[in-house]
Design a protein around this ligand. Structure first.
Ligand code: FES
Length: 183
């Protein structure tokens, strides 16, 4: 008598054909092969996408326009460009101006200006700088760098961060007369 592949259940119902519902070994290998293929294609696509969008650090332009000299208060450190440009612009009591790079000369943290104490203080390792950028405490080996500032024909202060004056201890204005804008 021929054996029907579908068996009878305890209550006489048809039991499902196990061979038809459980995957065969060949099916599993086939699926694994397709999964591997899809993985390779996905990884290639990801690599291609990353190639099309390289990790580029977008930095603000090196040259920016600040403000008119009259809008800087003598004796005050102007912090308007600290966050966006990492630059302080200082107007001296005599009216002349200079720009300092807000990058600690120890390991590159951003110092803060404390007007009441008349000093810049680095939060990382405690270096202190006077208002003219001179280092006087902590591990910073030299003063804050100065940046070139000029006046445009329209009378606006232009700061060029690509022209950096690397200061040594001592009179900054004697070292780099170009670091001061006389107005
Ligand atoms: S980075 Fe400023 S004191 Fe170290």
């Amino acid at each position: 008598m021929a054996v029907d592949r579908a068996s009878k259940g305890a209550h006489g119902g048809e039991l499902p054909d196990l061979a038809a519902t459980i995957w065969s070994r060949r099916d599993i290998f086939s699926l694994a092969g397709w999964a591997g293929f899809a993985g390779v294609i996905g990884a290639s696509l990801l690599a291609f996408t990353r190639f099309m969008f390289p990790r580029v650090l977008f930095e603000p332009p090196a040259v920016f326009l600040a403000d008119r000299p009259d809008n800087f208060v003598p004796g005050v450190v102007d912090e308007r460009w600290k966050k966006s440009q990492r630059v302080w612009i200082v107007r001296k009591e005599d009216g002349n101006l200079y720009a300092l790079l807000a990058i600690c000369t120890h390991l590159g943290c951003t110092p803060n200006w404390f007007a009441a104490e008349n000093k810049f203080k680095c939060p990382c390792h405690g270096s202190g700088f006077k208002r003219d950028g001179t280092n006087f405490e902590g591990p910073a080996p030299r003063p804050l760098d100065r940046i070139k500032i000029t006046l445009t024909p329209e009378g606006i202060l232009q700061v060029d961060k690509s022209a950096i004056f690397r200061m040594a201890p001592g009179n900054p204005e004697a070292q780099y007369p170009q670091s001061i804008l006389k107005v």
